[in-house]
Design a protein around this ligand. Structure first.
Ligand SMILES: Cc1ncc(COP(=O)(O)O)c(C=O)c1O
Length: 475
């Protein structure tokens, strides 16, 4: 067996210790594996130019600690049962029995269900994703803003943040943006910058209920929220969704937390009527409940004007407004925000600190300028026109090629459409004709929904959309 052990004669560490360390490290890092033969003391002593007794001393210690074993008449070998298992590499672990399983927390054991990723299939027209169109983002400008702050003389962006809640100037920009665009009523001190709205939802789940407490979700609803609440032990109560949004008659008496997507219900795309907004606020007031309002893509409304956020209508009722830059900029940014009732700010801030300390500062600074200099709203206006045309192309193609089999739900808004297509052959045809579909099944908390689909259109050109729907119809 080749063995390269560097002996440092000038070192204060005794040679037998150096030999011992080299073998031990080699075994723990997987360089030598169980059953490997080791050179005899004579051989190694000769190779290293040291006395045999020095090597024997090292070997004796390795044997006594269970790294090596001697087999009478055969020689010395790396032991079959090795100590210090946690330090060993995959290579060793793979050759040996897997370590015993670890007992998970209740939260961990709720995560055993796997959620397959939706991977783009090469050559397919992909309706199953609806990210912002990456080609359209002003990357050069964004890079300039990042560079501006990474050159700042204080290098403050590279240290620990002064403010866990997020950069103060950014919070001012966000407060003013949500005020003018969504009618959210808040001061910058109520804003908590988070790593995407998913972190906002996770913090809500940690802080607003205990295991076994009832939490109301829309059905169908947003799997990202539902799974998180469930993993934290929520007793999920479902409320149906109709043309006016969540059905308030379905709201049970015993829940203190309700999660809704009022401006563009996920996944159906309907917006909550004013009546329903008032109803849910009255319900929350009488039950002392808190509302989580997920306003993930309300910027994209292609006709009519959006109703202001529920948060802006609420008096007395605590509403946690959850916003994100994933849809109006790009999801890799991982910046979202919560607008919290004042009384919840300290607790959410402490929880955010324990979760990940704070959101990266450099991106926060660049984002602050992006909003303050008017780029965000300019970009949103441009994307609204573009996505509006793409949605129109989708609807027109569906009408033309799929006819009565298809019903499109929801408002003229968003980056995806919820479509029911009653056609048992559709999936097979999609596969054959290279169209990637997304079933809406995982948004439902009851029953089988084989004919409901989500069609993303924001990152496809009008041409690709028309081509994709045409292919869907092709027999
Ligand atoms: C309804 C809804 N809420 C929240 C999110 C999460 O967004 P973020 O990227 O900010 O975590 C999404 C993402 O698609 C969403 O559809």
């Amino acid at each position: 067996m080749p063995l390269v052990i560097q002996i440092d004669t000038a070192s204060a560490i005794h040679v037998h210790r150096q030999i011992y360390d080299a073998w031990r490290r080699g075994i723990l890092t997987g360089r030598f594996v169980a059953g490997d033969r080791v050179p005899s003391t004579r051989e190694l002593a000769g190779t290293l130019g040291v006395s045999r007794s020095t090597v024997s001393q090292a070997y004796d210690q390795l044997v006594s600690e269970g790294y090596l074993e001697t087999v009478r008449g055969s020689g010395t070998f790396v032991c079959r049962e090795l100590p210090d298992l946690p330090l060993r590499t995959d290579r060793v672990a793979r050759r040996r029995a897997a370590p015993r399983s670890v007992t998970l927390s209740l939260y961990g054991s709720e995560l055993l269900e796997d959620y397959p990723d939706d991977v783009r299939r090469p050559g397919f027209v992909c309706f199953s994703q609806w990210e912002p169109d990456r080609e359209e983002f002003p990357w050069r400008l964004w890079r300039r803003l990042l560079a501006r702050h990474s050159r700042s003389p204080s290098f403050g962006v590279f240290g620990y943040a002064d403010e866990i809640r997020g950069d103060e100037a950014l919070r001012r920009e966000i407060a003013s943006y949500v005020g003018r665009s969504r009618g959210v009523n808040c001061t910058p001190s109520q804003i908590l910058v988070v790593n995407g709205s998913q972190q906002g939802l996770d913090l809500c789940a940690r802080l607003l209920f205990d295991r076994g407490d009832s939490v109301i979700v829309e059905n169908p609803g947003y799997p990202g929220a539902i799974r998180s609440f469930k993993a934290y032990g929520a007793a999920l109560k479902v409320a149906g969704v109709d043309r006016e949004g969540i059905v308030c008659q379905d709201l049970p008496d015993d829940a203190r937390v309700v999660y809704v997507t009022p401006s563009h219900q996920y996944p159906t795309g309907v917006s909550m009527s004013l009546n329903r907004r008032l109803e849910i606020l009255a319900w929350a007031r009488s039950r002392a409940a808190v509302i989580i309002e997920d306003d993930y893509d309300s910027e994209y409304r292609y006709s009519g004007s959006p109703l202001p956020a529920l948060q802006g209508l609420a008096q007395e009722v605590p509403v946690i407004y959850c916003g994100t830059f994933s849809k109006v900029m790009f999801p890799g940014l991982r910046i979202g925000y919560l607008v919290l009732p004042e009384s919840l700010v300290p607790t959410f801030t402490r929880a955010k600190r324990l979760a990940d300390n704070f959101t990266p500062i450099l991106e926060q600074m660049a984002l602050r300028d992006f909003i303050a200099e008017g780029h965000l709203e300019r970009h949103v206006r441009r994307m609204r026109r573009l996505y509006g045309r793409r949605r129109a192309a989708l609807l027109e193609s569906i009408r033309r090629h799929l006819g009565d089999a298809a019903t499109v739900y929801g408002d003229d808004a968003g980056m995806h459409s919820f479509v029911r297509i009653v056609d048992p052959e559709l999936r097979k045809r999609a596969d054959r004709n290279k169209v990637q579909l997304r079933s809406a099944q995982n948004c439902f908390l009851d029953g089988n929904h084989p004919y409901e689909y989500l069609f993303g259109f924001s990152s496809l050109s009008e041409r690709a959309i028309r081509d994709g729907i045409r292919r869907l119809a092709r027999h």
